[in-house]
Write a protein that binds this ligand. Structure first.
Ligand code: FAD
Ligand code: SF4
Length: 397
């Protein structure tokens, strides 16, 4: 008689049911599957366990006294890179899609968990297990909305797949690592992106309507290293809005409560992370966390230009000043915002220092959010590395 795994007896929640993490749920997709059986241990918002999972995944947790590991997590290498021939329509140059395609073409994996969009709405996420390069390419570009990537996990076990690549953001990857051993895989590869300030679909609409000159034609946007939001429109035109000109007072409630309580900006548990914020403008930023991550990056190295990471400027003053400004919801007039954007771009933090600026600003904001809205969670939910980062600043009550 074959024994049935205990999780197979569990039932996925209905899409309308309240999730165990309640308002902090990031809709990672775990609870859409029978792996909900493990939710109390696995959910990033119920049981923060980055340190323990770092040890399981990378054989050690980050060295808190090493300044780069404190900020960027366990790693063996970091660099700036860009594809010599960018993939048209990718978020940046398409390094993520290229690695996934190579892994599939060379038979290293049988499938890739990634997220396409629905036919009706280019920003509505639709997680899939891609089995062809075309299906991976159809998932290129960010869906800047909460995405239930793990909702396809049941299909993996049923398909009998043994070698899998999962692409995802921090909260999805934390839950994935917590159930990894239950998936019946021989090898799991994890390609992560950093993630911050995500929104649900209605929140995205509000963000576009308050920020862009033409919300209905936006196909792509990014908060970039030059302190501006860059929008790309359907007709190929672009639009930039300085960070300091954002209507902070109207946008305060737009970000999902999960993202206001997240301290895993840099996707600590992925094997390889591909973002942009530690790299010069126009380049992507790569963090190789372990040997599996190196193996993945090596597959595309001959398609990339690379350069060492750099760091310039001092973020501390700008972060300290941004804390009360954000807290009070101050919005500058557009002329002042543009001027400030120009000045800060000239003298402001660059490369890794820009990444630290962004991490500090978000961690201080999120720490205050958790302290005010979920004080009972503060101690256990905020990882030690984040407490040290936040501890560098003076926070309002
Ligand atoms: P592409 O080749 O275009 O591939 C993008 C991949 O992202 C696809 O495989 C797709 O499956 C996956 N994806 C798309 N949307 C989602 C989603 N909602 N959840 C999970 N996976 C998704 N980088 C930074 O350095 N700083 C940031 O602040 C930052 N914020 C981000 C916020 C969000 C919501 C997301 C999804 C990404 C963010 N990134 C950030 C990562 C960055 O924007 C790029 O995704 C990354 O550099 C890869 O670019 P690419 O051209 O190689 O990707
Ligand atoms: Fe479930 Fe994921 Fe929501 Fe946690 S974040 S309650 S694991 S769907």
């Amino acid at each position: 008689m074959t024994s049935v795994s205990p999780h197979k007896k569990a039932r996925a929640l209905k899409s309308t049911s309240r999730r165990p993490a309640k308002e902090l749920c990031s809709e990672c997709g775990l609870c859409d599957t029978y792996y909900i059986h493990y939710v109390k241990e696995a959910c990033a918002f119920i049981n923060q366990q980055i340190g323990e999972l770092e040890e399981e995944t990378h054989t050690r947790s980050r060295h808190l006294d090493n300044p780069d590991e404190l900020y960027f997590g366990v790693h063996q290498d970091m660099m700036a890179a860009r594809k010599q021939q960018p993939i048209e329509g990718a978020q940046w140059t398409g390094i993520v899609s290229s690695i996934a395609i190579e892994m599939l073409n060379r038979g290293i994996v049988e499938g890739v968990v990634c997220v396409q969009n629905t036919k009706e709405d280019r920003f509505q996420p639709m997680p899939v297990i891609a089995r062809t390069p075309e299906e991976i390419l159809a998932a290129r570009v960010n869906k800047p909305t909460l995405s239930p990537n793990l909702s396809v996990l049941e299909q993996i076990e049923k398909s009998g797949m043994k070698r899998l690549l999962v692409i995802g953001v921090g909260c999805q990857i934390q839950a994935l690592r917590a159930v990894e051993k239950q998936l019946g895989l021989e090898k799991l590869y994890v390609l992560g992106t950093p993630c911050v300030d995500n929104v649900n679909r209605a929140g995205l609409q509000k963000f576009l309507e308050t920020t862009s000159r033409s919300p209905d034609t936006v196909v792509h946007y990014e908060f970039m290293q030059d302190f501006r939001v860059h929008f790309k429109h359907e007709d190929g035109s672009s639009e930039t809005v300085p960070f300091f000109g954002l209507k902070t007072n109207q946008l305060k409630d737009v970000f999902a409560p999960s993202c206001m309580s997240c301290f895993d900006y840099v996707n600590s548990l992925a094997d390889l992370v591909v973002g942009y914020m530690g790299a010069p403008f126009g380049w992507q930023w790569i963090v190789v966390r372990n040997d599996t991550g190196k193996e993945m990056l090596d597959l595309v190295k001959d398609q990339l230009d690379t350069q060492p990471v750099m760091s310039k400027g001092n973020r501390k003053e700008a972060v300290q000043q941004s804390i009360p400004a954000y807290d009070k919801g101050v919005t500058l007039p557009m002329w002042a915002a543009k001027l400030m954007g120009v000045v800060i771009e000239k003298i402001g933090p660059k490369g890794l220092e820009y990444a630290r600026f962004s991490i500090d600003s978000h961690f201080t904001r999120n720490y205050l959010y958790v302290k005010r809205n979920h004080p009972e969670k503060l101690e256990a939910h905020v990882p030690e590395f984040a407490k040290r980062i936040v501890g560098q600043y003076k926070l309002p009550e």
